[in-house]
Design a protein around this ligand. Structure first.
Ligand SMILES: [Zn+2]
Length: 370
């Protein structure tokens, strides 16, 4: 008898195409960044609504990168116990606006997306938010879905020890894939305590994705069990200041006058968009100077560079490494980044402002605080 063929991954599994990926999480205001999605690694989370003409080809058939749809109702609505999800108005197929039926419709409607986030409102970390979450869990309980992912947009205050316990208890019975949405406006991860709480949620709820975070938080989540992550490309680009420039060995976003003073001394970046920049100018030198990336007016180039660096680091992290090994590998990468800070500080000399590792980096490296 011939041997049975090896089991193939089922394409019907909602997360099969996005597994281990770093997706670019776009808003309406940052859709132009879609053209910078690195073809080799990532994919994109797109907002609901019309896709601008120049980007339709990217989301058409034959596209190489997976796509996720985010209705982003958390930007306009708060989840309530009566309506944790905000659907479009009732239609012919669902004249009563039944939320259970609307979820099924969402799952089955024809679209080019590999996964769809539920239209969850923002979950406040209070009694209303908890009751809204309970109702959301009730509605998705037992739902058989091909590509729906339960979006959990967390407002401030969830990433605490108590918040973690509440999330773990309420979400444990949910079999639908889950994704925490932690964008910079509502639920940024800005402290060691929040980072620790996020790791606890991922341990308690295996298979939970982390979306809309910064690149380094996304990598930390990937190293601690998140099946996929997305990076909010431009959470702070609405203001006049350019984004920080991520350095692949320092594992730090160089932003602000003290940090950008160091860009000159960091030489040139050789990530894919930076290599391309060098080739187009044919100056005889490879790559692009970090100092150029940090200049005003180069925000879009810096975003493309940052996303590519995060994608490259994610590939290094996930290539052949199982979860426990990923955690160790990430800790080692962060330990090396702390050393790189020391090395760079000595090389830069006393003329430049000191560039020390952040508390978050020291925590990720399991290094005693300084
Ligand atoms: Zn670069």
């Amino acid at each position: 008898m011939p041997p049975s063929p090896a089991p193939q991954p089922r394409s019907s599994e909602p997360l099969a195409r996005v597994q281990d990926r770093v997706l670019l999480h776009l808003r309406r205001s940052t859709l132009t960044l879609l053209e910078h999605v690195p073809a080799n690694a990532a994919g994109a989370v797109l907002p609901a609504g019309e896709v601008p003409l120049q980007h339709r080809r990217t989301v058409g058939s034959g596209r190489p990168a997976p796509l996720v749809l985010d209705p982003a109702r958390y930007r306009t609505d708060t989840a309530t116990p009566q309506a944790p999800f905000r659907f479009p108005p009732a239609n012919l197929c669902n004249p009563d606006g039944d939320p259970g039926r609307a979820l099924k419709q969402l799952d089955r409607c024809p679209s080019p997306f590999d996964a769809l986030l539920t239209p969850t409102g923002l979950l406040a970390s209070d009694r209303t938010g908890i009751q809204a979450l309970l109702e959301a869990v009730r509605l998705v309980q037992g739902l058989r879905t091909r590509r729906l992912v339960l979006a959990l947009p967390l407002g401030p205050g969830w990433l605490t020890r108590t918040g973690t316990q509440v999330l773990a208890a309420l979400l444990a019975p949910v079999s639908l894939p889950k994704a925490l949405v932690l964008d910079g406006e509502h639920g940024p991860v800005g402290s060691v305590e929040e980072l620790r709480a996020l790791r606890c949620v991922l341990t308690e709820l295996p298979g939970t994705a982390v979306l809309g975070a910064t690149g380094l938080t996304a990598l930390d989540a990937l190293a601690h069990g998140a099946p996929f992550v997305s990076v909010d490309a431009a959470p702070r680009s609405e203001g006049p200041s350019p984004p920080g420039v991520l350095h692949h060995r320092l594992l730090t976003y160089l932003a602000g006058p003290a940090a950008t003073a160091h860009l000159q001394g960091l030489g040139r970046c050789c990530c894919e968009p930076c290599l391309q920049w060098g080739e187009e100018r044919a100056h005889g030198r490879v790559g692009r100077p970090y100092a150029v990336l940090g200049q005003d007016g180069n925000a879009e180039a810096a975003h493309a560079h940052n996303l590519t660096v995060v994608s490259d680091l994610a590939r290094k992290l996930t290539r052949g490494a199982v979860r426990g090994d990923r955690t160790k590998l990430w800790r080692r990468m962060c330990t090396d980044a702390v050393r790189e800070h020391d090395w760079h500080r000595d090389a830069a000399g006393p003329a430049l402002p000191s560039l020390g590792p952040s508390e978050e980096l020291l925590f990720r490296a399991d290094h005693p605080a300084r």
